[in-house]
Design a protein around this ligand. Sequence first.
Ligand code: C2O
Ligand code: CU
Length: 511
Amino acid sequence: MNLTKFVDKLPIPPVIKPLRKDSNHTYYEATMTEFKQSLHRDLPETTVWGFEGVYPGPTFEVESGEKVFVKWINNLPEKHLLPIDHTIHGAHTDAPDVRTVIHLHGASVEWESDGYPEAWFTNGFQQTGPYFSKEIYRYDNYMPACTLWYHDHTLGITRLNVYAGLAGFYLIRNQRERELYLPSGRFDIPLIIQDKSFNPDGSLLYPRQQEKPVPGLETSIVPEFFGDTILVNGKVWPYLNVEPRKYRFRLLNASNSRFYRLRLDSGQLFYQIATDSGLTESPVGLHEVILAPAERSEVIVDFTNLEGKRIIMTNDAPAPYPNGEPVNPDTFGQVMEFRVVEPLSSIDTSTIPAFMVPFPKRRVQEASKVRFLGLTRKKDQYGREVMLLDDKDWDAPISENPKLGQTEVWYLINLTNEVHPIHLHLVDFQVIDRRNFDVEKYKQKGVLEYTGPANPPIPQERGRKDTVIAYAHQVTRIIMKFGPYTGLYVWHCHILEHEDYVMMRPLRVIP
Ligand code: C2O
Ligand code: CU
């Protein structure tokens, strides 16, 4: 679809207000409904799903340590907006079509409030999944200042529910962050980047079939989905008028499958101040920021002395990343435009601090357990590719069962030709290194033989992470400490088409 770029203003999602707040707890309700919203000036209104009547959903703003309770309410219609494949796990015909469960991505929470994929619920909680245990979720917010996001996590239809619009920001702030005098208030802006395709009538387009239709199936899951337009905060190719000063942008890739490699066409640097799970030790100047689905990067961009300039944030990540079709510079090669046209409303006293927060490095010697986990694939009965973790289906007995307080090193051994962004619930981790290995030898004999040197994480990854890119034919090592909760969580690939089929496994933290 050929839509004119930079004709709509960037929307800023509203901040959700709690229904009750006292010194001990804050209580919110967030209701999911179906409605129409304009996603581009020249496009008829699009039917989407959202929270509190907006897509993307409203932003939660909470303080570290604040006890927050949220009742996620499903008020959606009975019929799904998008084509369901009933052959995949969790989406068989005995399950109601419209089911939801909300996960707070990157948060460390008790398992009953984590949005387990089989803890789904329907409109009015009339039907619930086998692991459903409570209507009101509890978030203790033990994490330091960070950019989290909430999204649907229902087994077998996450890709559809998120594509329909069920996602939003959840920001944690704290005193340490305020003491750093980062750009704040109107100059602190979250940017949720997604790709979508549309039918001429404005409705969302999501394929019903793979490129070569699967014989015997009316509707089949696709191996990945790439839209032909880019949206930021729910508008196609928006623009933002800015003042000649510093801004803090919280970049989130909330796309189903698309990776981004973002740059500013002015050649300016992004000063990255935070990774997925919070502030880094020091800022790092980056010419490009790579974001896999679910990854976040917080950056400061300085528009000082650029009065009158128009700066485009571009993307040159091939799809699939990194060896797919090169990006078309006229379409998804562009993300949004910054126009330095607003007068300076006050002196810019914000800073790019030299030091932010300590980042104690975890050492491999601290780990009491090492796991070797293959990222693999097989063919299903219809001849479709199925991506797997550790060669296991979702329903196989739980094998990742770390002890509370235990530090572990995971070797993510990618035997596939695809890149997979791997995400763990409950914990944040550090990337140790990546290394090429002899794939055939590993497949045949189970022997891990490296064929190249260990590469440290790239500068933008040197911080607290919850999602890591596992490149094809490489071993990616991560280290983390399990806690502070025990219970049933998950780990998975965050390409939503992979996660749904069936690149997700339970993760149980035991006492
Ligand atoms: Cu962003 Cu398991 O999710
Ligand atoms: Cu994947």
